[in-house]
Design a protein around this ligand. Structure first.
Ligand code: TXA
Ligand code: MG
Length: 345
């Protein structure tokens, strides 16, 4: 491989050196790009929190190579965990397990548990296999500033951290195939609990475990991706039912506001005449959830940058396969509920 290939062997070797020296490396995964540091180096992990602007009590996911020794990281890997790993690793499923006592608690934000995931992206795997000869773990949240939209391209990461001298290494890996963050399943408290929906859905998990995962209750651990407001663009975002979209679009424009539109139904089905959408920034999304998730964050970033006062999103279907997309959009819309009413006053 030549040095021109951004994530060829040379770039991976440099990234490994940086990690082993306690530095930060952003790297691609199949879900979103991660902002990585040596999971067992508390000072390095501290830099992640600093650069991201993330509260220190929000735990990080530790990424492992496919050959990693899970029992090194958790002291209670039960049969359920092993079956799920066999079914979905490498891939977009994070398991929360009891943390082995020798793993520093900085990475777990002070929790007794640890989040573990084995990514399938070849660049992530190459990095993990070379880092500490495959025996290390790379702690990595999504490589965005706290609360903002997750990155699905290396360029998104560079855009997020342009002013951050602590992040000098961003490995290139193309567009993330899944496009939204991993499913998080908590196995540390007895009953399996789905903390964050993702590409691996509840039904697939139930097929392996024989029971449906429960929804989080008040005792569920902190997870920043489960905060009401998260994954949010800076422009207010409002979800609107398909049959109300055309009227609201017209009214907001009449009120002199600039609108951006994200829709998955054909314009003709929305009922908006072509003049209603002429000249406005639009993202036409796939009509099925896997493609929609893949395109979601890049579309949000693009619409966020077009100078609109408001992003209108056609509410996606409510069915199970749309759960993860609906979850991310709901959090992106949080806090914007009265924006539309104020604009239409
Ligand atoms: O797809 C992903 O999971 C991406 C890529 C980079 O792997 N990572 C990611 O990390 O989304 P982050 O930090 O943005 O979101 C991880 C979520 C957070 O909500 C965090 O609170 C939760 O996982 N989490 C991590 N460890 C946990 C633990 N021990 N207990 C409960 N929640 C945990
Ligand atoms: Mg995140």
């Amino acid at each position: 491989m030549s040095i021109e290939q951004p994530s060829g062997a040379v770039a991976i070797a440099a990234a490994v050196r940086l990690l082993e020296q306690g530095g930060l490396v952003a790297f691609p995964t199949e879900t979103v790009y991660g902002l990585g540091a040596d999971a067992e180096n508390p000072a390095a992990v501290g830099q992640i929190y600093l650069v991201k602007g993330r509260p220190a009590n929000h735990p990080l996911i530790v990424h492992l190579a496919p050959e990693a020794d899970i029992d090194y990281w958790s002291d209670a890997v039960d049969e359920s965990a092993r079956r799920l790993m066999a079914a979905f690793w490498p891939g977009p499923l994070t398991l929360i397990l009891s943390r082995a006592s020798h793993i520093p608690d900085t990475v777990a934000g002070g929790q007794q548990s640890i989040g573990l995931r084995c990514p399938s992206h070849p660049v992530a795997q190459a990095l993990l296999r070379d880092f500490k000869a495959g025996r290390g773990g790379i702690a990595a949240p999504s490589a965005n500033r706290f609360g903002h939209v997750s990155p699905t391209l290396a360029q998104h990461v560079r855009d997020e951290f342009r002013d951050s001298p602590l992040l000098s290494c961003v490995l290139e890996g193309g567009q993330s195939a899944v496009g939204i963050e991993s499913t998080i399943l908590d196995l540390s408290r007895g009953t399996p609990v789905l903390l964050r929906p993702g590409h691996v859905d509840s039904l697939q998990i139930a097929e392996v475990l024989g029971v449906m995962p429960a929804l989080p209750d008040a005792a569920a651990p902190r997870a920043s991706g489960t905060l009401a407001s998260h994954y949010a663009p800076r422009t207010p975002l409002v979800m609107v039912a398909t049959d109300e979209l055309a009227a609201i679009l017209t009214n907001v424009q009449k009120a002199g506001r600039r609108v951006a539109l994200m829709h998955h139904s054909g314009i003709e089905n929305i009922g908006a005449g072509s003049d209603a959408v002429a000249g406005i920034a639009r993202a036409v999304m796939p009509g099925e959830p896997v493609g929609y998730a893949h395109d979601l964050y890049a579309a949000l970033r693009r619409l966020d940058q077009c100078g609109a006062d408001l992003i209108l999103v056609e509410t996606p279907p409510d069915s199970a396969p749309w759960q993860a997309v609906g979850d991310r959009l709901k959090r992106a819309a949080h806090g914007s509920a009265d924006v539309l009413a104020r604009m239409l006053l």
